[in-house]
Write a protein that binds this ligand. Structure first.
Ligand SMILES: *[C@@H]1O[C@H](CO)[C@@H](O)[C@H](O)[C@H]1NC(C)=O
Ligand SMILES: *[C@@H]1O[C@H](CO)[C@@H](O)[C@H](O)[C@H]1NC(C)=O
Ligand SMILES: *[C@@H]1O[C@H](CO)[C@@H](O)[C@H](O)[C@H]1NC(C)=O
Ligand SMILES: *[C@@H]1O[C@H](CO)[C@@H](O)[C@H](O)[C@H]1NC(C)=O
Length: 232
């Protein structure tokens, strides 16, 4: 075999490996940091929440997402340790309980965190390294980086008093807290009114810079937020 042919074969083999590696690591291109308004989340559940709600947006999950195509879920573990068995660092729990309660069953917050990790967090590799890094990243975003949606809204004097508001007002308030990037809003009908149930803040695949959320809820979906009379 000539040297040229040898170089050609090695180059081809190398390209193939790079292709395989990148296709398995690039299953997402941005993050959605989704927060739910507790009273509305409880209204959406067929079985009412057992415990009283707080009038707060708390974490639903941090979701690696794909701007062109389906969002990845339940990704294969990148480590030898089975993901479900990785213990949660106890030092993270006090903060997680405040920002990420299982509103449907507060006696079991951990299963909520574990389910979100298994379904979504596992797909955030290489930005998200492992389960505790996933949980830490959420704490960092919500607390350190002030991505608390309740706080962002209250800075614009939008407080949870059950008043109907325009979509523009809500969007502008959130843009003011996210470097002028568009959030994704989710609304639902509840007994004749339309309530704001979830807000997602979007950032690039490193989770570092806000971006306009690529996939808004389309008009016609039952979760679309109308231009006015959105209750919060
Ligand atoms: C879950 O979090 C809530 C705070 O929302 C807290 O009151 C509750 O004690 C936590 N549950 C457990 C089992 O730690
Ligand atoms: C989030 O913001 C709300 C409204 O300002 C505030 O009451 C709550 O304590 C904040 N949560 C955290 C963990 O900072
Ligand atoms: C925009 O954000 C700044 C800084 O947090 C705040 O002082 C101001 O009230 C906000 N304005 C609106 C319209 O939300
Ligand atoms: C539904 O709305 C009506 C009218 O606004 C009110 O009278 C009624 O109590 C509400 N029902 C529930 C279950 O909240």
């Amino acid at each position: 075999m000539g040297i040229t042919r040898m170089i050609y074969m090695v180059t081809m083999a190398f390209s193939l490996i790079v292709l395989i590696l990148s296709s398995s690591t690039m299953g997402y291109d941005y993050f959605q940091f989704t927060q739910q308004y507790q009273p509305a989340a409880c209204n959406s559940n067929p079985t009412p929440c057992k415990d009283p709600t707080e009038k707060l947006f708390t974490v639903h999950g941090l979701w690696p997402s794909n701007s062109n195509g389906p969002d990845p879920v339940n990704c294969k573990p990148k480590t030898k340790v089975p993901q479900a068995q990785q213990p949660i660092d106890p030092s993270l729990k006090p903060q997680l309980e405040i920002i990420w309660p299982n509103v449907f069953n507060r006696a079991d917050n951990e299963s909520f965190w574990n389910k979100q990790w298994d379904k979504h967090g596992t797909c955030g590799y290489p930005t998200i390294k492992d389960k505790n890094h996933y949980l830490q990243t959420v704490i960092k975003m919500y607390i350190t980086q002030k991505q608390n949606v309740s706080q962002i809204l209250s800075k614009a004097n939008i407080n949870p008093d059950g008043i109907g508001r325009t979509r523009k007002l809500i969007e502008n308030a959130i843009r003011n807290g996210t470097n002028d990037k568009e959030p994704k809003l989710k609304c639902q009908k509840n007994n004749g009114t339309i309530e704001l149930v979830e807000v997602s803040l979007c950032s690039n695949y490193l989770g570092k810079h806000f971006i306009n959320c690529p996939n808004k809820i389309p008009q016609g979906s039952r979760y679309f937020c109308p231009i006015k009379d959105i209750q919060y």
